[in-house]
Write a new protein. Sequence first.
Lengths: 401, 225
Amino acid sequence: MKQQINLPLKNLKGKPVRSAMLLLLTVLLSFVILAGSLTVSSLRTGLSSLQSRLGADIMVVPYEATTKSSLENIVLQGNTGYFYMDSKRCEKILNCEGIGQASTQFFLATASSGCCSLPVQIIGFDPATDFTVQPWIRRSYGEALQKYDIVVGHDLNAFVGDTLKFYGTECRVAAKLDQTGTSFDTTVFTNAETIKALIRSSLDLNMNDFQNIDPEKVVSCVLINVADGYSVEEVMNDINIHVKKVKAVRTKEMISGISESLRGISDITGLLIGGIWLFGLLILFLMFTMSVNERKKEFAVLRVMGASRRMLSAVVMKEALLIGLAGGLTGTELGLLTLLPFHSLLESQLELPFLLPDALHIILIAAAGAAITVGVSALAASAAAYRLIRTDTALILRGEN
Amino acid sequence: MILRAEKTVKEFMRENRQAGTNCFCAVQETDLTLESGTLTVVTGRSGSGKSTLLNMLCGLSQPTRGRVLLEDADIYALSDAALSRLRNEKFGVIPQGQTALHSLTVIENALLPFYLYHESPDISYAEELLEMLGIAALRNVKPAELSGGELRRMSIARALVRKPPFIFADEPTGDLDDENTQAVFRFLREAADRGAAAMVVTHEQGIEKYADRLFRMDAGVLHEA
């Protein structure tokens, strides 16, 4: 015979169907809050990662690139493509006022035929002037890239030491980058010397859309950081007015479409979470009220046996906390087990930068989800507990309440 | 020990669609003393106010006017926590109807007054009570499997398990047959003989032979028979 009993736990076990329904509801609530928050958080982390990867105030590209709207597709959506402009225009761009840092980049898309190991986007940078790619590459590879060295994005099926062939030219994988949750995860980076050689190979194989270019005399874009004392707007306008056949684009504007989509998804997710929570709170409130009402006589008996109003309230609240805790932890666990293994699928469905936050952040979201579920269960039960302690025990025993 | 109702009155407000709210006096000004070693019986028709009087005396329903004194201390002047503790330690109450907690077994129900305050339960005395009441074999059974008489005997065991100086029984034989009714009355008589002050409210005939003091309640007025 036990020396003590846990009355709330006994009560929950004594009504398995009712307890299972309450548990199911709290599992759903915590699952929704975890899945929703983690999705929105991952999208925000992805966007922030994209912003830091772009790393420049202005991107100057050939005018045709913007009219074909290929620029955003290549940079943001992960589509492959390339465009070139005469490098003489670079000199004009660099002569504009307010240029702080500037560096050229070169684009090339590889084919899916036998000449290339993978159909990917290759971005070449100028090691002497680059300020966007190298700081990021340095985290994975501390040395300077040699000719035919490449650095591959996180999601590509290639590893350090592998040899990949592009337009018949073999390149060595020197490093693999950290995950960004953006299209850069499927991009190959290399230095200007290598990409020029690859462009030359593509021309030699008649596999480049631009037949009359000299790889030594073209660039795809110029990335610019404005100098102190100048505004991005000023510099951008200056370039657009004074340099022909180019378009200076503010990088923040490039990702504004994504920001808008993200805001839309955040809003919809927020509304859905809010709606489900409101509905859940209402159901929980009704279920706790019904549960207390149908046991009113039992509570009156406890009062007769010497339970104070505070003790009655504690029994109801402990039942709610036990349900909330069990449901919160189970829902959170289910959410993590669902979302973590399938985040790539979600990413491809959303077509937006999607990067899971770090482990600490995920733990905090999970803990908050479980804590909110426990809190809401307690809130829903508190109304029933309040009504219970205000009820006249004598009237309940007489069956008049 | 002495528990005394002193000029206690209980009024209820009743809602009436035609006449509006009016005041109903369930118990008119009443004096009653419960002393150790006596069995006090209050009889009367349904609605005469006898249960209301019992509830006032056992600390469950505050009188509208008057006082309930335990050794000259007004129990309704205590805080809810203190009055609840007093009820737990000093008053053993057998409420009307079926009052089992369905999630607990018979023995757990009987030991409930100990569990409420996390005290070590007197298991051997609880088992002795179940034995005396003839339900020892059912100690680990849930209330759903018990008959009305067995449930009533379980609630008697629960009321007596702390050996309270005051025992209150509200229609303790309401749904029992003659044999069980007599057994319950005998049991309460024995409790009084062991030193408890027992008060029984009933409309059952034939209890007179067990009572030390017999009262009749009529329209809220208490008469000593």
